[in-house]
Write a protein that binds this ligand. Sequence first.
Ligand code: BG6
Ligand code: MG
Length: 216
Amino acid sequence: MNQHRYKAVIFDLDGVITDTARFHYLAWKRLADEVGAPFDEAFNEHLKGVDRMGSLALILARAPRTFTDQEKLLLADAKNRHYQELVATMTPEDLLPGALRALEEARAAGLKIGLASVSKNAFTVLDRLGIRGRFDDVVDAATIANSKPHPEIFLTAASHLGVAPADCLGVEDAAAGVASIKDAGMTAVGVGDAQVLARADYNIPAMDRFRLADYL
Ligand code: BG6
Ligand code: MG
């Protein structure tokens, strides 16, 4: 047993461990351009942490026409294929600065390590980065009914790790993700714009500023 304030650290993936948030942005941007929907970085912020069909619905709500369910599935598939082409170029070099150290610090402190990403590509991304084995639990997004900001995915991670939510530190780059952590009853580290991530208990501009000792 460790003597620390927390027993587990649960990380988001996209935008925390690696910059796949950029790949999601590029893939959604191409789709938005194709359907004539306005799309920029500010709007993209609202998609972070939101699952694939939920993100598509937000984009298509701003398109000049409506889409059938079949068209939506085709669009989501096309976006995902584009995203997977980008992910296929990834290597362990694509870990964000500070991400590996954060995982090592958590391990050295004797804390459990979980991953809570609503991405159905999370296992592939972890494998590309070569870090799947560093997690005690990776929640399978296919088993999650409610996307962030709902707390389900962080609560599921805590339950898999056998740790009470109050004993978990969550790390997120999205407002929806910070809401998910807080509504799960956990402590949140927000990575990125402190105004966007105002509900976080701690804010850092990027993972290279993550020091586990600051929170223990
Ligand atoms: C989240 C990203 O991690 O995963 C979202 O922040 C993305 O931008 C979501 O839409 C779903 O990802 P995927 O890989 O299942 O389409
Ligand atoms: Mg994220």
